[in-house]
Ligand binder design. Structure first.
Ligand code: DON
Length: 309
């Protein structure tokens, strides 16, 4: 079923777009700096296949931190809860996504949660497979299953751009290696992690992935259980407590939807039992979340009473 452009959504997008001027595109990954800060688009996907949209929903966005929820789901399935949570915690940090501070002040030095970079690097380290290529293929296949789109791939330019400049992530990895949490070669792990973050898709695919989380792990189109209910529940909980980093509390109060953002300006939302949301708005606020994307979700949540609380 094609995605229908929707007049009500268009109005909300126009209203929210006014806020793009207060944001800035991420440029610490040079390739992301090329995005147009005025872009804003949204797709909403319902369990019966209906889809409503506004803006250019065909534009490809790299997942960046949105991939962290997906890699978490995969390692929970690969290794089980006990193994995973021995190596990464369950608590929000209140610090920026790339902060190193808490690693040194908590003992053992395991990252506080899988949504901050330190935690996500440990999660990627846990993806099973013989080598980087096989581990990446497994993750990509899982993402293709979630989005129902077998053409989803990664951008070599975005991956390379991050790999060449990821000095802070390298520092996090070396710290974690010193403390025995990461065991593999750091360059190899960064190769896998930067490819993971560079996986690209459009808003529609993002909304399709969101709906699988919203429907407790079931793809409503095929009826297939793509991940166990428990894994979907854990992921949604992290989306609420840490999905928007140190803005997660305010986001939960104002919007109340499990969501995950990325520095590319993408947001994947999962309204439990109702629908999946994909948003693209590359101008970011100071915490690294799409500034107009958050406004758009705020308008939507108010208008249609979407808060789960
Ligand atoms: O590791 C990084 O810094 C990026 N690949 C992902 C960070 C990110 O998306 C944070 N999001 N808001």
């Amino acid at each position: 079923m094609p995605c229908q452009s929707d007049i009500e959504l268009k109005k909300l997008v126009e209203e929210a777009k006014k806020f793009t001027q207060y944001g800035k595109v991420a440029d610490y990954i040079p390739e992301l700096g090329k995005a147009n800060p005025n872009d804003l688009s949204i797709a909403i996907n319902y369990p019966d296949g209906r889809c409503f949209s506004a803006g250019d929903i065909e534009k490809k966005i790299s997942l960046q931190s949105i991939s962290k929820v997906i890699s978490l789901a995969l390692v929970l399935m690969d290794r089980g809860k006990d193994y995973v949570f021995e190596r990464v915690g369950m608590e929000p940090t209140g610090d920026p996504f790339n902060s190193i501070a808490k690693l040194e002040t908590t003992a053992p030095a395991k990252p506080l949660n899988p949504m901050i970079n330190a935690g996500a690097l440990v999660v990627t380290h846990m993806i099973q497979g013989e080598n980087v290529e096989e581990r990446f293929k497994r993750l990509l296949k899982f993402i293709q299953d979630l989005s129902g789109d077998t053409t989803v791939a990664y951008s070599e330019n975005v991956a390379r751009s991050e790999f060449e400049t990821a000095f802070l992530n390298r520092a996090l990895c070396y710290f974690l290696k010193q403390h025995g949490i990461i065991k593999e070669d750091v360059e190899q792990l960064l190769d896998l992690y930067t490819k993971q973050c560079a996986i690209e898709m459009n808003c529609l695919d993002l909304a399709r992935m969101g709906i699988v989380f919203a429907m407790d792990g079931v793809d409503p189109q095929s009826g297939k259980q793509i991940m166990p209910v428990d894994v979907a529940r854990i992921c949604k909980t992290f989306m609420v407590t840490c999905g928007m980093y140190n803005a997660s509390g305010e986001f939960a109060i104002k919007i109340g939807i499990p969501a995950k953002s990325g520095v590319s300006g993408g947001i994947m939302g999962a309204v439990p039992g109702k629908f999946g949301i994909g948003i693209f708005g590359p101008a970011l606020d100071e915490k690294g979340n799409s500034i107009a994307g958050i406004k758009l979700l705020e308008f939507l949540s108010k208008k249609y009473q979407l808060s789960m609380f």
